[in-house]
Ligand binder design. Structure first.
Ligand SMILES: [Zn+2]
Length: 112
């Protein structure tokens, strides 16, 4: 399936997730993100001429990416130093396309 940020600068081609994760940690609750997790490089992420910005916080093991034009949070990536690598795609960009996918609620506020 293909999903994109609001302006279309970032396009992600990815298999439909079997579940999405809604997390209540300090960052995810603000982003209102619905994460689907993939091995790195599996989702095909195409970044247009407007580029992306990123944000890291805390232990800085994750880089949250957002479109530099419209500001939508599109995905996050683990930093290269981390042993377990993953890419998380924000299906909050396309809620209607994952309306039939179960939501896993993760208590990141307490467990992270
Ligand atoms: Zn955009």
């Amino acid at each position: 399936m293909k999903i994109s940020c609001h302006c279309g600068n970032v396009v992600i081609d990815v298999d439909k997730p079997t579940e999405v994760t809604q997390c209540n940690c300090s960052i995810c609750s603000r982003y209102m993100s619905l994460w689907g997790y993939y091995p790195p490089n599996e989702p095909l992420i195409t970044i247009g001429a407007d580029g992306i910005d990123s944000y890291s916080w805390g232990d800085k093991e994750l880089e949250f990416m957002r479109c530099a034009s419209c500001g939508c949070v599109t995905h996050y990536e683990t930093i290269p130093e981390l042993e377990k690598q993953k890419t998380a795609i924000n299906f909050g960009l396309a809620r209607e396309k994952v309306a039939d996918v179960p939501i896993r609620y993760f208590n990141g506020a307490e467990e992270l």
